[in-house]
Design a protein around this ligand. Structure first.
Ligand SMILES: [Zn+2]
Length: 123
């Protein structure tokens, strides 16, 4: 298998996971649940061995520098889960006042973020 084939396979996985994750979060940031999601973030950083996957990836506002994605990247937003990663409920906790301000929650509190679910529609 050539390097080009490996890279192409990785790019396809990333594209597929990204489509899945944005659909799961209904295009809303999974971290603040307020702003439109504009980028994909890995809970366990890729630099720490985290992979692009349904469990490890969330859709977030901002990019690696701005928004929730930026705060998470700088460890200004900590996360925890209940064993299912992003496929289950996530808990986000700002570790700085400015991250709390951005998330619009009180410093010292946590934001519980279950997967977005489709609203039941009355027939
Ligand atoms: Zn956000």
């Amino acid at each position: 298998v050539s390097r080009a084939e490996v890279n192409a396979a990785r790019a396809k996985v990333t594209k597929d996971v990204r489509a899945y994750v944005f659909a799961r979060e209904r295009d809303i940031c999974r971290i603040c649940r307020k702003r439109p999601a504009t980028s994909m973030h890995e809970l366990q950083f890729r630099s720490c061995g985290g992979r692009v996957s349904k469990r490890n990836s969330v859709a977030a506002c901002g990019d690696g520098v701005s928004g929730c994605h930026g705060f998470a990247q700088r460890h200004e937003i900590a996360w925890d889960d209940y064993g299912l990663g992003a496929e289950g409920t996530l808990v986000f906790e700002p570790t700085t006042y400015r991250a709390a301000d951005w998330m619009q929650i009180k410093f010292g509190s946590k934001l519980i973020s279950p997967p977005m679910v489709e609203m039941e529609t009355a027939e």
